[in-house]
Design a protein around this ligand. Sequence first.
Ligand code: GRF
Length: 217
Amino acid sequence: MNFRAKALTGMVNIAVFGSGHGSNFQAILTAIENGRIPEARIVCVLSNNSSAGILQIARDHALPAYHLSRQQFATEEAFVERLCALLDGHRANLIVLAGYMKLLPPELIARFRSRILNIHPALLPKFGGEGMYGMRVHEAVLRAGESESGATVHLVDELYDHGTILLQKKVPVLPGDTAEGLAARVLDVEHELYPEVVRRIARGELILPASEVPAHS
Ligand code: GRF
């Protein structure tokens, strides 16, 4: 893939979406707080799960945290409208999915085209797609007898785990590996990879395709 189009200029205002522990969010937040990514900030965190650890991490860091799910709204349109209002209100120009277990509404994907990232715990395009999440991914890798696995950060499009791959990092599969052991090793690598991708985007070293999303300052 040739990233020729214009850079995400100005401050990168990140909205994080997650459903679970939030360890990837924590890794990105730590990188920002440590001064590794001065051109980026977290503007809000959203979760479909009211008890998600990711919301607690956000609150602990005095960041705006929202429990928002489709079930709270009578229609998909109302849900999307609220999502967009929140994102606009926080001037978000990059969405980072960090363990978000729901498909995003197509209208949101279209609106933030090329400005939504996801991390997947395998070397896409292998071991991705619908139903490939959590321990199932690592079990499938072991079943297939792969000698390596890893993590992938990619752009989000309308299909599961399908958008353009931005960066990958490999880990070896070891003799006698269990899915849990492999998952833990891959997660360690995720925590290096995701902040690194955000850093490269924020510094203009990784230029995303053009998008209608305005660059906020
Ligand atoms: C990670 O393994 C990520 O690859 C997948 O979901 C998991 C999220 O973990 N998409 P955490 O919530 O960031 O700890």
